[in-house]
Design a protein around this ligand. Sequence first.
Ligand code: MG
Length: 367
Amino acid sequence: MARIVEVATARLVRQLHTPFVTALRRTSEVVSVAVRLTDAEGRTGFGEGPQVWRVTGESLASIEACVLGPLADQLLGWDPETEPASYASNALAQAVVGNGGARSACETAVLDLLAQGAGLPLVQLLGATTMSVATDVTIAAQGDFLDGVDASQFSQVKIKVGLDPADVDRVIRISRTSPGVPVRIDANQAWDLETASANIEALLSAGVSLEFVEQPLPAWDLAGHAELRRRWGVPIVLDESVFTIHDLRRAIDTGSGDIVNIKLAKCGGIHAGIAIAREATAARLGLMVGSMMESELGVSAAAALAAAISPDAVHDLDAAWWSIEPSDSDSPYREGRFVMDPTPGSSHAAHRVVPETLTWTSRAQEQ
Ligand SMILES: [Mg+2]
């Protein structure tokens, strides 16, 4: 392998076949930043950083500035094969505070190059033994079903709540369409303690089997989440409350959650995600890997992490499904699973979603 000689970014815009609505936002297109690293042998590695103003605070412009600025300072001229695979994660984390999506995009691109060099798909470079992971599909925060779209391949749904005053009735109605299948709900921080408590009580007394309640309260309210666990015994998933391993430790200390939803754009990349998973497992917390509204490029990296840390869980990786035409016979979504490509590296998804005509902005190594 060889040193990295160019770092480039480009904007990826993909239309969704169904608008995606949560308590935090409504979106009908995926806009993200693709990152491309080129080494001295002309090999390219790709990653994706999503714009998520209301969760990570990252924007297209901030990701581009971060990648082409301080992160490129770390990457240009460096040969990834001279250090352990986790080195990039640490070097990038030391270069900037936050900016998890930008760091994750760069780390994924480095791991893509390393996996190509090793002749392995990324998922196997990470030590996973499975090539696919199960995922749920998300039902948006308003409306009952995925109108006109066939989501029947998925056996597990996650219902977004927090926007609709009739949430409880909606969840009861949806849960009755799949009797026996426990329901996942995600409020994206929209409730306060008493609202969450009343809603959970109403769902339980209506006989709804709740697999878990994800992030019912604001990210900062660890005590409130702990109180909900005590009151109702329903598993609580922490998503927006846990970005880093330090957040996880606070959540463990306060008894605030049962499961942690790990996302690359929050924690800053695959190695940080593995570290969080290790500590969460030691504290007997369950694991789920999710993603932002990203394309197949970012989701395939998240799926590789999911396969490495928790191959048997049902993850939250349907984000790219929303922008893949149902008629696409090469779709990675098959029978409710995200299936990874066996070719070396992780660029298969990039080759599917990055158009040839994309305009790249690049920084090359100074001679
Ligand atoms: Mg969530």
